[in-house]
Design a protein around this ligand. Sequence first.
Ligand SMILES: Nc1nc2c(ncn2[C@@H]2O[C@H](COP(=O)(O)OP(=O)(O)OP(=O)(O)O)[C@@H](O)[C@H]2O)c(=O)[nH]1
Ligand SMILES: [Mg+2]
Length: 546
Amino acid sequence: MITDSPRITRTDSDSWSAIFRPSPNESLQEKQDRIARQQEAARISKEIDDAIEKSRKQLEKRKSAVKVLLLGQAESGKSTMLRNFQLAFCPTYFRREIPIWKVIIQLNLIGSVKRLLAIIEDELDTSSSRSNNRSDQPIAGPSSRPATASRASASPHVSTSSLSKHVSFDLKHHSTDPPLTQAHSALRLRLLPLLSVEINLARQLLPEFGGESPPLPSSTGWTKWASGTGDYSSHTLLSGHGEICVRAGGAWKSVLERVTGTLRNPSDNSEDDPPDHFLSQPIQPRSPSSGKFNTRSMRHHPSDPTPLLEALASDIHALWTDPAVKALLKRRGVQMEHSAGFFLNDVTRIGQPGWRPGIDDIVRARLRTFGVEEYRFSAENGSDWYIYDVGGSRGSRSQWVPYFDDVQAIIFLAPLVFNQMLDEDKMINRLEDSISLWREVCGSSLLAHANIILFLNKMDILESTLKAGVQVKTFVPTYGSNPNNMEHVVRYFRDKFRAYHKRLSPKQRSFFCHGTSAIDTQATQVVLSGVREGILRGHLEKLSVI
Ligand SMILES: Nc1nc2c(ncn2[C@@H]2O[C@H](COP(=O)(O)OP(=O)(O)OP(=O)(O)O)[C@@H](O)[C@H]2O)c(=O)[nH]1
Ligand SMILES: [Mg+2]
């Protein structure tokens, strides 16, 4: 049956050696050609052997590397924590990405303007249909139409379930509220070009521009530019977040590098930055004038939002600080300051020529993750780290499972935002969702071998919420009459998380918990330093190295 195999092998090898066998009457030129062919074949063969050896070594290295998974609901701060890792593990890489973050922040700002304009337009439409026969001044007065508020945190009336599910707003008319006027309408028109810039950039980023839902994350690739409605074709002002989404891969970075004129050749080693050091000191951003990304001297790419933002910064500022707009937002229960990627208060600074984001800006930027992004860091002690950043929205969670396999540690981010609802389901309280996700992660048999480290994130938001007098018991009836202060609230929820961890873990494991504020990079680096040591120690113990 298989008797002809040796014959095939012999024939192959014969024809192979025949290529290099000198012909009986070989001329000098033919001899030189033959030797050159032989040398080239040997070179290619060695290259293949080297490549095989390299991937074998890489596989070995990967097997012994530390793998950490960042888990948590959308907006829990996973990617922000990753940026803190980058700052600590590889500041050079972090610094190189500053121009990219500049565009993201600019787009976050444009997203907020877009949201503001949508609310104003809605108000103008409502009032013009109401007062068709009235004079033009004022063109809009107070209206009681509820806005499409993204975050439910103001004056809530809540239901009675364990954590509140139903929130409505106190929408009172105030006849003393300043009305919208023609001036607002004019301002709105002046700001419209910002939307074109956004659309232009989306065209750069999205071959599937105008597509529907975010693309599947399994293949590497493209960024999804999502507005609240997913309608990019229209220049009308739409409601919704205008939130930027990226899909795992990294091609989106090249697009933004092109737009910012900072696209570098991967083989370019002319970087004058010092090499990365594991957990080095936080870096200071370069001053605008010293950096090679100085925008003043640069000719802008047509999709670069910088020139338009520089030109319109004062208009945006005027709109944002306008008393009539403030009153309108208040009436509609919209608290934009609490939205992720909120930069309206910084518009004057961002609109200054040559502005370059600092670390504090970058950790406040919002870029939604789809799929799973893998990041590799090399520690100065020789250990290799793989950190996986996942998309946390409810629809993305099934994609986490393949990464559970050989992960050593999970950093689970649970923001104690007891008075906020999920973006993807406004009926579900964020903290309630975090707790049920925590229960699933703790109880997963696939993760039985992994250490789970809980970061109670967004401590700064908890603090300001409690300071504002928002009562936990309003949203979490079981909190009862416990004191409404940081110490008691944190302890209450930490104990809740700890109890589930103990009860649901398939086998006994230690409970690690830290209160964090991922936008406070200095404090976070101290936490990460301790966490890194702990993870590495556990990992080495498992490998029986120590
Ligand atoms: N105030 C405050 N904001 C935070 C904190 N951590 C993260 N944020 C902000 O919250 C927003 C969302 O954070 P991300 O890191 O993008 O959230 P994520 O968990 O990666 O979300 P997905 O990618 O959708 O899964 C960003 O604008 C961050 O700047 C924090 O501790 N305090
Ligand atoms: Mg993310």
